[in-house]
Ligand binder design. Structure first.
Ligand SMILES: O=C(O)CCC(=O)C(=O)O
Ligand SMILES: [Mn+2]
Length: 347
């Protein structure tokens, strides 16, 4: 009997068992059952899937840093209808922009972050600038206090998720970032969803010892719409379970640039992140080359081209981002909260 099968034999629910199995430090777990979509997938559980290449023009894909849809490597998992895993559909050199947005732009007001819960707005006004010095000089004298960026755990966008009540509300809303909205729309169009509306986002920032507990995302009022998940930086083991806590989950790696879509019957499945793992050797260095910015990039689009949301990332910003993701992972989930004609109930 494999170690994993032995673990599954005891009484505790199967998800909890496997979560603990992958979270364990000593001895480290055997990762051989974890599906890795970045390599050859031949586990018998995975099916390549055809997306909708005609739904997104190459220019529209490129405007948000994505390859043409026909080149996306997309997979489904047997037994999980509606689950789509797209193995890094980003163009080489476009992830630095998204990583910079996650670290420098999205934590800014009016978005909300964990530091706002116990700090005054003026202290959390400039998380990036106040962290830059210590992060860009790792050999600086030992720091006693962690920078604000290192203390960042989550950011919410659009309809701000309330972690206590587990609710969204009409009066806790700020405009959803237009660039992330556009990225989300190209992904959903490519996957065959015609009218996805990104209305809420949650960014999670993981250190190498972080995990995310077993949960279902059910606070959105319309569960018929897909939920998107983007990963940047270090890799993770992601567990996808069933509709019941007892259902044994499937483990897969998520690497930088990977995108997951939970839709249809897979929209409300239990899932968790038991462990952050180092990204495979060479993967970050090959994917995350920050291309030098051409002069006047803003004006380079011809009238027929879709104008790019990507902006060049300065060398200074990229140095800070690289330092951060050396040991961290960023995950962005994008959700539609309300159906087409739906409103929040009156309280
Ligand atoms: O970090 C991840 O991959 C999962 C995040 C997640 O499940 C969530 O934010 O609800
Ligand atoms: Mn979730």
């Amino acid at each position: 009997m494999s170690k994993m099968a032995a673990v599954m034999e005891s009484g505790e629910d199967a998800f909890k068992q496997l979560f603990k199995f992958y979270k364990r430090r000593k001895p480290p777990p055997d990762f051989s059952d974890v599906i890795d979509f970045s390599g050859k997938v031949c586990t018998g559980k995975v099916d390549p899937i055809q997306l909708s290449p005609r739904a997104v023009s190459d220019a529209a894909a490129s405007s948000v840093g994505l390859r043409p849809v026909r080149d996306w490597r997309a997979f489904g998992l047997q037994g999980f209808p509606g689950f789509i895993f797209i193995s890094n559909p980003f163009q080489r050199g476009s992830q630095p922009f998204w990583i910079r947005q996650c670290l420098k732009t999205y934590p800014q007001k009016p978005n909300v972050c964990n530091l706002d819960m116990h700090m005054s707005p003026c202290d959390t006004k400039d998380i990036w600038e106040r962290s830059v010095h210590s992060l860009s000089s790792p050999s600086a004298p030992r720091r006693h206090e962690k920078s604000l960026l290192e203390r960042l755990r989550w950011v919410t966008l659009g309809y701000h998720y309330n972690w206590d009540t587990k609710l969204y509300s009409a009066d806790n809303y700020t405009p959803f970032p237009a660039d992330l909205q556009s990225l989300s729309q190209q992904i959903t169009l490519g996957c065959g969803f015609s009218d996805f509306r990104p209305q809420a986002g949650i960014l999670n920032y993981y250190r190498s010892d972080s995990s995310l507990g077993i949960h279902v995302d059910e606070s959105e009022l319309d569960h018929s719409r897909p939920l998107l998940s983007f990963c940047f930086g270090q890799s993770a083991v992601f567990l996808l379970g069933g509709k019941q806590r007892q259902d044994p989950p499937t483990a897969m790696f998520m690497h930088s640039g990977d995108v997951m879509v939970m839709s249809g019957q897979s929209r409300l499945l239990y899932h968790a992140v038991p462990r952050i793992v180092p990204s495979p050797p060479g993967l970050l260095t090959s994917e995350l080359q920050n291309p030098p910015s051409p002069p006047n990039q803003q004006n380079q689009n011809t009238p027929t081209e879709k104008s790019s949301v990507l902006e060049p990332v300065s060398e200074r910003d990229w140095t800070v981002c690289l330092g951060y993701i050396q040991s961290s992972r960023i995950n962005v989930t994008v959700r539609q909260v309300l159906g087409a004609e739906q409103n929040f109930p009156h309280s």
